[in-house]
Ligand binder design. Structure first.
Ligand code: ARG
Length: 575
């Protein structure tokens, strides 16, 4: 099968070649959804100037060239030179049957495949994930799933914050507490309490602060006891992260941790390279890069701090080493940083230095996939009453608890009920995040995310459940259903046409690193299915009509399931 946008693009290009000549074949066909037909092409408007002819005239010529195509029922020129294109029902039906027979549902592997590093989630040792980590985690995980499905070689990288001056204080605090008590507290996930206690001592007790600074020096020198205690903190944190990722259905594993400490042995060499290339200079005793174009409010160039005046390294140093490693050692041709908007300037400066150094060249790209905030109603920061960050698990627990409330009347078996509530609650939380443009902020609203109607996780999960039950009642396995498909009315046609857009939706997510495009698409499919199901009897239809409608239902089921799978939204066995 072919996605209609892709098919029409090819047809427009063929018409350009036939009507205007080879030189125009490569023009972007500019296919867009249309209010007046299935699609429109805006190509005539873009070519008119180049041709020195009125756009409507060019449009007429291209429309004439499209007229004979098997896919096209009608091509009409409108407005200043749009070409409104209506597809032939028979063609849509044939493509849909083809899509049903295709295990990949029309999604073809990307050409060329790239080696993509996706830096996401951004966890830190000895700190819990809080509400702010949800988006960087969930959006990043949807991207890796989509990119992998398209055949890209994906390297997941969680830039685990496991290094830096705070570890001196954390180790000292662990020593004060005793190793066993530390392990017990951390195993219970009490990172915040642990961290805050260390912080409080550091701020109020000069002797403790001095010991902490001493301990950092030892740690950075690889001293044995310091290293052992540090390992303890890292291991306990990893244990906690594993559990959390597992429950959230996030595909990050231990092997995907790219901790800051990993880059430690490279830092001196990175500094030397940048210094010898003249990109880094000593400023007030520190080694700094001042990438052009970045200035502070006072107009002075902004530094990336590569080595502090005391010889220590920090967040900037590690990110510079990481980008060099990813480009020159891992051979990445695309790096996507799924990180909060507050780090935008930092990351842009890192990219600029990578370009200056000649690491980021040619077709290789680095991009900051900005994630915005989840806020409290009214746009305020999400905080507990005590003014603290809200833990991610707290959000998860609450979503699940409320999901149980929503579904409670449907199941008697408490075990089944809590199992389904878990899937519905976590799915709702993730979907709420994925369904809005990632760079905008949105209000945390449990009632909305758990609603059974509207663009929500439960609505899509429920749509899948409804379709499954059709097959259950028919006594059929949806996997075994095949075409042919015939379209007898608008609801069927609209559904089939929407289903054919799957490949475009998936491709758009990969190109723009914006998973909400797939979410929007799935919602449109589910809505088209709802209309279809209301207006077109399936099980009570007869003969070939029944078979065709079952085939459309089976295709809808497969597209929705595959799509939710790519977003990382779990689907309950039944609902
Ligand atoms: N751990 C960092 C934080 O909590 C986020 C890491 C983002 N990735 C990166 N390469 N800097 O802010």
């Amino acid at each position: 099968m072919t996605d209609p946008e892709i098919a029409l693009g090819g047809l427009v290009q063929a018409a350009l070649t036939a009507e205007l000549g080879e030189a125009y074949a490569a023009a972007d066909p500019l296919i867009r959804p249309s209010q007046f037909a299935d699609y429109q092409s805006n190509v005539a408007l873009s070519l008119a100037r180049r041709l020195g002819r009125p756009p409507r005239e060019v449009a007429e010529q291209v429309a004439a060239g499209l007229a004979g195509a098997a896919a096209v029922a009608d091509a009409q020129v409108s407005g200043p030179g749009f070409i409104n294109i209506t597809l032939r029902d028979g063609w849509i039906a044939e493509q849909a049957a083809g899509q049903l027979a295709d295990p990949r549902l029309g999604v073809t592997p990307a050409e060329p495949a790239r080696r993509v590093v996706v830096d996401y989630s951004g966890p830190n040792v000895a700190k819990e994930l809080h509400a702010g980590h949800l988006r960087a985690t969930v959006v990043g995980d949807a991207l890796v799933r989509v990119l992998e499905h398209l055949g890209h070689a994906v390297i997941r990288a969680a830039h685990l914050g496991d290094w830096g001056t705070q570890f001196g204080m954390l180790i000292e605090h662990a020593l004060d507490l005793g190793e066993q008590a530390t392990a017990d507290q951390l195993a219970a996930g009490e990172f915040t309490a642990f961290y805050q206690a260390a912080r409080a001592k550091f701020d109020s007790d000069p002797a403790f602060a001095a010991r902490s600074r001493q301990r950092v020096v030892q740690l950075q020198a690889g001293e044995e006891q310091a290293m052992r205690l540090w390992r303890l903190l890292v291991d306990d944190s990893m244990e906690y992260l594993r559990r959390l990722y597992d429950r959230l259905d996030i595909t990050l594993t231990d092997a995907d941790m790219a901790p800051e400490s990993f880059y430690n042995p490279m830092l001196a060499d990175v500094c030397a390279e940048l210094e010898s290339k003249g990109i880094a200079v000593i400023s007030d005793g520190a080694l700094c890069a001042f990438p052009p174009g970045f200035t502070g409010r006072d107009g002075r160039p902004l530094p990336l701090m590569l080595r502090k005046s005391d010889g220590g390294y920090g967040y900037d140093s590690t990110d510079i080493a990481a980008i060099r490693y990813r480009l020159t050692e891992l051979g990445a041709t695309r790096i996507i940083y799924v990180v909060g908007s507050e780090q935008h300037q930092h990351l842009e400066m890192v990219f600029a230095v990578a370009r200056q150094a000649g690491w980021l060249t040619g077709a290789a790209t680095a991009e900051h996939a900005v994630v915005g905030l989840m806020t409290a109603p009214g746009g305020q920061r999400l905080r507990t009453r005590a003014g603290e960050q809200i833990k991610l698990v707290t959000l998860m627990d609450e979503a699940v608890e409320r999901a149980e409330e929503v579904i409670k009347d449907r199941y008697d078996d408490p075990e089944l009920r809590s199992q389904i509530a878990e899937t519905v609650g976590i799915g709702a939380l993730k979907y709420a995040d994925l369904s809005v443009a990632r760079d905008t902020s949105y209000v945390l609203d449990f009632d909305r995310m758990l609603a059974l109607t509207g663009n929500t996780g439960p609505y899509l999960q429920y749509a899948i459940d409804r379709i499954r039950s059709i097959f259950h009642r028919a006594g059929l396995q949806p996997e075994h259903v095949t075409g042919p498909i015939t379209l007898t009315g608008d609801p069927e046609r609209a559904l089939a046409l929407r289903l054919l857009g799957f490949a475009t939706a998936v491709g758009d997510v990969a190109a723009t690193a914006e998973p909400h495009k797939l979410a929007t698409y799935l919602f449109e499919v589910a809505s088209a299915f709802t209309t279809f199901y209301e207006q077109c009897p399936v099980l009570t239809a007869e003969g070939s009509l029944r078979a065709s409608r079952l085939a459309l239902a089976a295709l809808t089921l497969r597209v929705l399931s595959a799509g939710l799978g790519l977003l990382g939204i779990p689907v309950p066995e039944r609902m």
